[in-house]
Every structure is written in structure tokens, then in C-alpha cells.
Write a protein that binds this ligand. Structure first.
Ligand SMILES: NC(=O)c1ccc[n+]([C@@H]2O[C@H](COP(=O)([O-])OP(=O)(O)OC[C@H]3O[C@@H](n4cnc5c(N)ncnc54)[C@H](O)[C@@H]3O)[C@@H](O)[C@H]2O)c1
Length: 283
């Protein structure tokens, strides 16, 4: 199915980024928020992003004006009624997402594909809130959306092949690289990066190398743009901890068990950049 008009539900960190890449790629985009204040905040961040793109000579001022005309903000989810694809980017709470999907199922035509940007929830658990589980899947974008090339297309047991193919074409059309993965906790990227990062923390905990040398080894030896400890400080040590506990509960696999050092850092409030201290000092 050809996708022309895209809906995005939620204009926070991820939703705004998804709006930006879709509008820049030429799609008409409708983005919804819960109230005028959140909508204004989201639209301002989108506008700022395109102003900075002009300053950096990535687009012209005329391009910016044209792109912005493709974006329509709303606080009424009924405005998603004309969309061929709707991407939900509301907070990571199953009940909240199921409510959005059940609303979209009633509002959107039968052909509309409904996607979730969930990082960790099961797609089928969300799909059952609709009467079209064959047209529900995950489109897992990475943060920051305009920079990160990958989108994981996450297929539940009920997702139809035609839906997967339409999603693949859409992801390519917005200039991203699609990978297709089954509906399993962590999908591909988090399932690989979490044990890797926890092992880096274990190396530090066991005194095998300094934090600087662990990060340098990964940057210089593996060509990673950031070392795992720097990266964890950037994302938030609590975010890693909660994600790993969730994966441990789902897989019962000890490789997802957070090391004691990480637990102690969280108890001390060393959550990374956002608290001024994590593996490194940011004060
Ligand atoms: N932040 C990340 O690094 C990241 C990366 C990949 C995936 N995700 C996933 O993306 C989703 C969104 O995360 P985020 O970081 O953008 O969250 P966020 O809190 O920044 O944004 C969520 C937005 O959704 C809005 N919202 C809530 N209910 C709504 C509704 N019913 N209708 C319209 N808008 C509604 C909120 O007002 C808020 O602005 C989550 O599922 C998260 O797990 C996040």
C-alpha cells in the first residue's frame, strides 16, 4: 500500500523527530498531542530543528518553509482519520498505548497501518487492542531520530506480510535503513547492546581495566562512536538498569542481570550526565 499521509501520536522527544524526518522526506504529517501546551512545545522543537538545519546549510530557508507547510498539529486524535500510516510515540505504558490503538482503530480506515515506537513492550499485546492485528507492527526509531539511520520493523505473530512490505518501503522512503525482527524483548539492538554494556561494567567492577581504557578499547578497537560507559552516562544509568531488569524478567538469562556496581551507583544517585555524575564526573 502506498503511504502518503503519516500520523504521529505524541510530539515528545521521539514523536517530534519522527515528524521531522517524515516531513523532510515529503510526506504530509499530522501530529497529535494531549493539550495545546504540549503541542506548542513539540511544534516549537520541530521549528527549531529546521531553523538550525538552515543555519547549518543543510536546507534552504525556502525548503524549511515548504517542509513546515506539510506538518499539521492537532489535539484531536480524530484528525488521524486520513492517514495511511499512524506511528504512536506516547510514553512507554502498555495501558496508554492500548488506549491510543483502540481509538485509532475506530478513527482510521481499514487500510491504515498502525505502528508503535515502543522500545520494550510486546507488539501483540498492543495489537489486540484493535480489530486489525495484521496491520499493526513496531517501527522502532532510535534517538535522535534525524541522525540515527536504523529503524527496526517489529512483527508480531499476527502482522501480515503486506504490512511488513509497506513498512519497509516507507522506512526506505524516509531515508532510513530497515531491519525486520520478530516481536521479542529487546528486538535486535537492545538484545545485543545490553549484555555488551553490562560486561563493560563488569570489567570495571573487577578492576580489569580503567573506565577510560574500556571506552577507548571499544572506540578504537571496535569503531564504536562512544564507549559503553560514556554511552550509559549519556542515556542514564537508571534507564540501562530498568531496561536490563525488564529483559532479565522476560528471558531469565543472567547476562541481563545488572552488576552490583551499577545497582550501587543508582542508589548513590550517580545516574550519568543528567545528575552530573555517573562513570565520569560532569560537574
Ligand atoms: N527517548 C528514547 O530514546 C526512545 C528511543 C526509542 C523508542 N522510544 C520510545 O518512544 C516512545 C516515546 O518516547 P519519548 O522519549 O518520545 O517520550 P516523551 O515523554 O518525550 O514523549 C511522549 C509524548 O506523548 C504525549 N502523549 C501522551 N499521551 C498522548 C496521547 N494520548 N495522544 C497524544 N500524545 C500523547 C506526551 O504529552 C509527550 O509529549 C516510548 O514508547 C519510548 O519507549 C524512546
Amino acid at each position: 500500500m502506498e503511504i502518503k499521509r503519516v500520523g504521529v501520536v505524541g510530539c515528545g522527544a521521539m514523536g517530534a523527530g519522527i515528524v521531522e524526518v517524515c516531513a523532510q522526506a515529503g510526506f504530509m504529517v499530522t501530529v497529535s498531542e494531549t493539550n495545546d501546551d504540549y503541542l506548542k512545545k513539540g511544534m516549537t522543537s520541530i521549528n527549531t530543528y529546521f531553523c538550525k538545519s538552515v543555519e547549518k546549510n543543510r536546507i534552504t530557508a525556502q525548503d524549511k518553509d515548504t517542509i513546515l507547510t506539510r506538518i499539521k498539529g492537532t489535539i484531536d486524535i480524530v484528525d488521524m482519520k486520513d492517514c495511511d500510516l499512524v506511528i504512536e510515540a506516547v510514553p512507554e505504558k502498555l495501558d496508554m498505548k492500548k488506549h491510543v490503538f483502540s481509538q485509532l482503530d475506530k478513527i482510521c480506515p481499514e487500510k491504515t497501518i498502525l505502528a508503535t515506537n515502543t522500545s520494550a513492550l510486546s507488539i501483540v499485546d498492543i495489537a489486540i487492542a484493535t480489530n486489525r492485528p495484521d496491520r499493526v507492527l513496531g517501527l522502532h526509531f532510535f534517538n535522535p531520530v534525524p541522525v540515527m539511520k536504523l529503524v527496526e520493523i517489529v512483527c508480531s505473530i499476527a502482522t501480515g506480510n503486506a504490512t511488513i512490505e509497506s513498512a519497509r518501503e516507507f522506512v526506505k522512503a524516509i531515508g532510513k535503513s530497515p531491519v525486520v525482527v520478530k516481536d521479542t524483548p529487546g528486538f535486535i539492538v537492545n538484545r545485543l547492546i545490553m549484555p555488551f554494556t553490562l560486561n563493560a561494567i563488569r570489567l570495571l567492577e573487577q578492576g580489569i581495566a580503567t573506565k577510560e581504557d574500556i571506552d577507548t578499547a571499544c572506540k578504537q578497537g571496535l569503531n564504536h562512536p562512544m564507549g559503553p560507559l560514556e554511552m550509559t552516562d549519556f542515556l542514564g544509568n537508571d534507564v540501562l538498569y530498568n531496561g536490563c531488569i525488564d529483559m532479565y524478567e522476560k528471558y531469565k538469562d543472567p547476562q541481563f542481570m545488572p552488576p552490583v556496581l551499577l545497582q550501587k551507583m543508582i542508589a548513590a544517585g550517580w545516574l550519568g550526565r543528567k545528575t552530573g555524575k555517573g562513570f565520569y564526573d560532569y560537574k
